[in-house]
Design a protein around this ligand. Structure first.
Ligand code: HEC
Ligand code: HEC
Length: 251
């Protein structure tokens, strides 16, 4: 379901999607460390002249480090502002595509993430570190098939990290979609989908980067769910993991 919302939002953005806050609640689908890095580049080149390199604003622009926005509070509302600008002010409309807009928003939100969350961590990070290994988190999150979680606490709130652990399927960024295919010779191929065109598809599996011609395949499917298992941990254990990740741990 989420995926269809994303598609309609991406389509809507290019067609000049409504400026008002819509009733559909959509959180930022491009909020990985790589997205925020991309967002930082856009921010520094296109936004910092008015909003300040540190996001602190001044001369009519708001201070992003407070985490409070004047014109909107939801991700969707802010998305629309970045897309459409604020009429009657110097805040221009930007010709960014949906992904660039979301990435820039992820970066803007990161100005306040540390502040908003510093007081809200209640777990025990040493117990979280032990769980991270014993529960198999490290298996995926250290070998490169899943996002590197180092420093995630600087960019995401306790609530966001908690939700990623409890409900991994909620927002799966497209760069973590996988492929499942069978070749005409009968072999099964699986891996993280990197790129595809009319003739070929590139993916990564445990042994490295691969490319296969579509003409060699008898079945081909894009898997849009997360490989990350739903957690069976208690609330307190999730708090411990969140504490571990918030304090910068990742292995
Ligand atoms: C030419 C100056 C200028 C540039 C460049 C600019 N902005 Fe703005 N921006 C403003 C001003 C002024 C406001 C405040 C408008 C108002 O609410 O009165 C604003 C407001 C905003 C807001 C709403 C803040 C709130 O509190 O609701 C967001 C989000 C935002 N800008 C994002 C961006 C992004 C992202 C970029 C770059 C892609 C950018 N701006 C580039 C001048 C600029
Ligand atoms: C089978 C591999 C796998 C395992 C095991 C796994 N994850 Fe993940 N995890 C992923 C993938 C892939 C993603 C990115 C796609 C998504 O959002 O689900 C992800 C996303 C996340 C995110 C969000 C990252 C971001 O940048 O938004 C967090 C936090 C996270 N995992 C924590 C954990 C914790 C804690 C555990 C152990 C309880 C765990 N993961 C176990 C594969 C895994």
């Amino acid at each position: 379901m989420r995926y269809f919302k994303l598609i309609s939002l991406l389509a809507g953005a290019t067609l000049g999607w409504a400026q008002e806050e819509s009733s559909l609640t959509m959180t930022n689908p491009f909020n990985t460390p790589a997205d925020r890095e991309n967002g930082a580049r856009i921010f520094l080149s296109q936004c910092a002249s008015c909003h300040g390199r540190d996001g602190r604003g001044g001369q009519g622009t708001p201070d992003f480090t407070t985490g409070q926005f004047r014109r909107a509070s939801s991700d969707e509302g802010l998305f629309a502002i970045i897309n459409k600008g604020v009429p009657g002010t110097t805040m221009p409309a930007f010709g960014l595509n949906a992904r660039e807009t979301w990435s820039t928003l992820a970066y803007i939100r990161s100005f306040s993430a540390g502040r908003a969350t510093a007081t809200a961590v209640k777990g025990d990070s040493a117990r979280g570190a032990a769980l991270f290994r014993s529960e198999g988190c490290a298996r995926c999150h250290v070998d490169g098939t899943a996002p590197d979680l180092a420093g995630i606490g600087k960019f995401q709130s306790v609530g966001e990290i908690r939700r990623s652990i409890v409900d991994p399927q909620a927002d799966v960024p497209p760069q973590y979609f996988r492929i499942r295919a069978t070749t005409k010779a009968g072999a099964t191929l699986t891996g993280t989908r990197l790129n595809e065109d009319t003739y070929s598809v590139q993916y990564r599996d445990s042994s490295g980067l691969k490319s296969v011609m579509k003409s060699a395949l008898s079945t081909y499917e894009i898997v849009r769910t997360s490989p990350m298992p739903a957690t069976k941990l208690t609330d307190a254990q999730v708090d411990d993991l969140v504490a571990f990740l918030m304090t910068g741990g990742s292995r």
